[in-house]
Design a binder for this molecule. Structure first.
Ligand code: MOS
Length: 741
């Protein structure tokens, strides 16, 4: 039975079976003849120079082929003017194994290359390095004196303009709060570690299987830094075992793998260890100072937000931390400040909802405090301050069904049974708290291209260089194609994750479903028009005079909608046109109304149960109601929301990179000690999508949901803990020590 799928169907993931049976190959799983294995040696000091590096003992071991250090590395084309990649912040990026400079503990300083991964790792233990150490600082709180305003910032991270008289309004207000809110350094911990298999082809071309969020971005990067013509490098990432932003910039493993492959003219694989996953990109530590004021009716009158986040000493990683509080609620008076502090660490990077996960979650704790100061239910307070205009850009939101999300979420959660006073709900020895927060993320779209090819056997192939980082892109693209052309879902093949395919940018910012979906829709519509022409060329065609909108492609036939007898076999149509297959490639170019603001929103409700004696925290249930445009696939979209909420729980209660500042080294650089939520930590998570058709946001009416779930969920948990215990913890993660202090 052919399955006719449409936009809105909760289809299972196309790649689900491949992934759970091991048929899906990840970056470190692609075979190559004569493959060599590289293991990176990490710097033992946080700052200084390499004095000497003795590789002789390693090189004496049979099976160890080479050790690359800064002394014998091949020359690279990498010049300051050519370093760039799509996601790089201003500064001079790390050049691994380039010179004797050490910028952070764990920096890769040499690569041992051997016949097996075990030998390479053993070889690394035989390398003797002596260093000249220099003073350094890795402690965010100690670096606050070095705060500076970034002169260069990534364009989307500029502060919103101040408005009104926030200090005057604050001073005059009857209700106000001020607080300092903190977030610990977090690291991306996808299941798949960063890895690259660089396959040296006999003709000198390179095929690189890499873990990243954009094969063409990595291709361009490798071409630039190694001076290899673009057409001689192909990068593939057909399956990505999670990334959360860690694959936006090409990481050092792929640089090292390609450097070694080029030097040795052999295929080389480099895999980061889990410990080494803590030596590159991360969500920076943050301090956000918030002052809020309201009038006697609970209307916000002043918002003042100042945030500081960490960066490395060699690049300026900026995030849009402070804007969210200025956008989400109506308030005439607001001011924003943002600064960086330099640390002797690797450069931070984007991590799921960069900026918003930090700024909005910390802001929403402050909002809760203000609601209590005003003596108001925290949900009612938020609803009262709802704004359907974006107060920063002073334009209406193209859609913002947040009030419906508040209502539906509250109803599902049973919010009306809540008692307002902290410590007023308990069961046995457990204190029970119910908290709410608002979440918000951009509804972005980017230019992207897709190709649709219909073969004579009725198979439809959809192709784009877009990545599926575990989000459901394969499935959703097939669904859009099925919906547009009427081809049964089983007959659709989706090709992604290959730099040879039609141009697509990085997968990030939650823009892929709406953007690539639009490109697939355009390509399928173009294909349909071609098909109408082909079908009309068949002698005595029953489809003559029909328009594209009047036809569908089902069961190997092109037929009139609603009139299955008026059909032309696909093979006959293609034969009449003299073709074996027919293809259309289209580019979606975003063109949006600048007089509107495009965002997604959610309302998160969390229950926290805190053991009154031990201070242990459980979160048995979370309800999240999201307003995120038209949902293409409620199952994959729901899973993205759940994933974000789980990460929000990690932010609220667990995730924290702990550094021994005497050595500048992260101590808990493994999954035993750096805690991410596991099944035992997760209760029931209920995701609701409220109806939010939005013709302005993207051609399919779709927004993205990859990041929204983390925004608000951490704050809802913090607010639930306050309601349970009466203790206001202004620092993530909220660990037992802080709760019982
Ligand atoms: Mo996301 S942090 O844009 O991968």
């Amino acid at each position: 039975m052919a399955t006719i799928a449409q936009i809105g169907d909760p289809l299972n993931r196309f790649d689900g079976v491949e992934k759970v049976t091991g048929a899906a190959r990840y970056a470190a799983e692609h075979p190559a003849d004569g493959l060599l294995h590289g293991f990176a040696i990490s710097s033992a000091i946080a700052k200084g120079r390499i004095k000497e590096i003795d590789t002789s003992a390693a090189l004496a071991v049979p099976g160890i082929v080479e050790v690359i250090t800064h002394l014998n590395r091949p020359s690279v084309a990498w010049l300051d003017s050519k370093y760039d990649d799509d996601a790089a912040p201003p500064g001079s990026p790390l050049r691994p194994i380039y010179d004797d400079r050490i910028h952070f503990s764990g920096q890769p300083i040499a690569l041992v290359i051997a016949e097996t991964p075990e030998l390479a790792r053993y070889g690394a233990s035989l390398i003797a390095v002596s260093y000249e150490e220099e003073p350094f600082n890795t402690d965010f709180s100690k670096a606050l004196d070095e705060r500076f305003s970034p002169r260069k910032a990534r364009s989307h991270t500029h502060n919103p303009p101040d408005r009104g008289d926030p200090q005057g309004a604050f001073d005059a207000a009857p209700v106000k709060i001020s607080g300092d809110y903190r977030l610990a350094t977090e690291f991306h911990n996808p299941m798949e570690m960063h890895a690259a298999t660089a396959i040296w082809e006999p003709d000198g071309k390179l095929t690189v299987y890499n873990k990243d969020q954009g094969s063409q971005n990595v291709q361009a990067y490798l071409s630039n830094v190694f001076g290899i013509p673009l057409e001689n490098i192909r990068v593939l990432n057909p399956y990505v075992g999670g990334a959360f932003g860690s694959g936006l910039r090409p990481q050092w493993h792929v640089y090292l793998a390609v450097m070694a492959a080029k030097m040795l003219e052999r295929s080389v694989r480099v895999v980061m260890t889990r410990q080494q996953m803590f030596t590159h990109v991360h969500r920076p530590a943050a301090l956000q100072c918030v002052s809020l004021a309201a009038d006697e009716h609970g209307k916000l009158t002043s918002i003042m937000i100042e945030a500081t986040t960490a960066t490395s000493r060699y690049e300026y990683h900026t995030e849009a931390v402070v804007k969210w509080g200025g956008k989400v609620y109506g308030c005439d008076n607001a001011s924003f400040g943002y600064a960086l502090v330099p640390l002797d660490t690797s450069t931070p990077g984007d991590m799921r909802a960069p900026g918003a996960a930090t700024g909005m979650n910390l802001f929403e704790i402050a909002v809760d405090e203000l609601a209590y100061a005003a003596g108001m239910d925290p949900l009612e307070f938020r609803m009262k301050n709802f704004s359907d205009r974006d107060p920063v850009d002073n334009v209406p939101y193209s859609s913002k069904a947040l009030l419906a999300a508040y209502r539906d979420g509250a109803q599902r959660f049973g919010w009306h049974k809540r008692s307002q006073a902290p410590r007023s709900m308990r069961e046995g020895k457990e204190l029970i708290g119910w908290g709410v927060a608002t979440g918000m993320w951009e509804a972005l779209v980017v230019e992207t291209t897709a190709r649709a090819t219909l073969h004579a056997d009725g198979t439809l192939e959809i192709a784009s260089a877009a990545s599926d980082i575990g989000t459901g892109t394969y499935t959703v693209m097939a669904q859009v194609a099925a919906d547009t052309l009427g081809v049964p879902i089983e007959n659709i093949r989706v090709l992604l994750g290959d730099s040879d395919l039609p141009k697509s940018p990085l997968e990030g910012g939650s823009w892929m479903a709406a953007s690539t979906g639009a490109a697939v829709n355009l390509a399928c519509r173009a294909l349909k028009s071609e098909l109408v022409i082909c079908a009309s060329k068949v002698p005595n065609s029953p489809l003559a005079n029909l328009s594209a909108e009047q036809i569908e492609v089902v069961d190997g036939t092109i037929r009139a909608k609603g009139q299955p007898a008026r059909a032309v076999r696909l093979t006959d149509a293609l034969k009449a046109a003299g073709l074996n297959s027919i293809s259309a490639e289209e580019t979606y170019k975003p063109s949006r109304d600048r007089n509107m603001s495009h965002y997604t929103h959610c309302a998160v409700f969390a229950e926290a149960r805190v053991d009154g004696e031990l201070g242990t925290i459980r979160v048995p249930r979370i309800v999240c109601a999201a307003a995120a445009g038209r949902i293409i696939n409620p199952k994959t979209a729901g899973s993205q929301m759940i994933g974000g909420i789980v990460m929000g729980l990690g932010m609220a209660l667990e995730e924290e990179a702990l550094t021994d500042h005497r050595f500048g080294r992260i101590m808990n650089h493994n999954l035993a000690e750096y805690h991410v939520p596991v099944h035992a930590d997760i209760g029931h998570i209920d995701v609701i999508f409220v109806d939010e058709p939005d013709p302005h946001v993207s051609p399919l009416g779709a927004k993205g949901v990859g990041e929204l779930g983390i925004v608000g969920s951490a704050a809802a948990i913090a607010n639930a803990i306050y309601h349970a215990t009466g203790k206001r913890i202004r620092e993530f993660p909220i660990t037992i020590d802080k709760l019982i202090a």
